[in-house]
Ligand binder design. Sequence first.
Ligand code: NAD
Length: 263
Amino acid sequence: MDAQLEARIAELAARLRESRRTVAFTGAGISTESGIPDFRGPQGIWKKMRPIELSEFLADPQARREYWRRKIESYPQMRDARPNAGHIALARLHEAGRLQIVITQNIDGLHQKAGLPEDRVIELHGSNAYVACLGCRRRYEWEEVLRFFDAHSAPECPRCDACGGWLKPATISFGQAMPEEATRLAFAEASRAEVMLAIGSSLQVYPAAGVPEQTRRAGGLVAIINNEPTGQDSIAGLLLRGPSGRILTALADRMEQTERLGP
Ligand code: NAD
């Protein structure tokens, strides 16, 4: 690790020790080290295919089938993914009382798998862990839906038993409304945060990308941890360029060492 990055980690550790409320905002980049590709990074999914918007999913049977084809193809990878060093370091910081909330754009559930309590994680873009009806929000498990696809060789997509609405993984697609309560909570947390760690996000997808900006506006420090420039480097009080797993592990190690040794 180069000396400049080490110095910035030391400075961030000092700021975390002073902070009474620290919040992390994570994006797809924190999960690439678990083998889940991001969208806009150099190996991102959007370099290979374009997203299917909710309006297309609703209106066009072919788009709906293609949406489900992609989701079914990537499901085993997401189901089996394990938290990496970055997720584990954030869980350690929480355990040590140094990180109060994680706001995530991710749908992979890896913060919870790393040990963060369910009620400390705000999922802004929903979750891929289950399927929901777009009409009545009734929950379905993946196994039931996969059985449907196995049983129907004709290219159909599943509908809700209760209301007939289309079923879709419980994630937020482009063009779909954000979950109201999670969004409200995320912006409230961002306003209260004395330090905001923005990790592995290109900070381009709004309204989610407005979360770190909110901390900056409210007078808090934004530290951006990403392996390439982001849309909001200009608001960062601290920029740490590099892989999130290594940087966050070094940060958690440093916090633990200094806590043991005293100031
Ligand atoms: P993004 O793809 O726009 O940006 C990811 C950023 O992380 C890029 O700048 C990339 O260079 C950086 N990055 C990749 N690996 C990194 C690493 N190991 N260390 C540090 N930086 C790294 O992602 P976004 O900002 O989260 O926005 C995309 C949307 O994609 C989100 O809304 C999210 O819902 C969704 N998404 C989620 C997952 C997931 O759940 N794991 C995966 C893909 C996309």
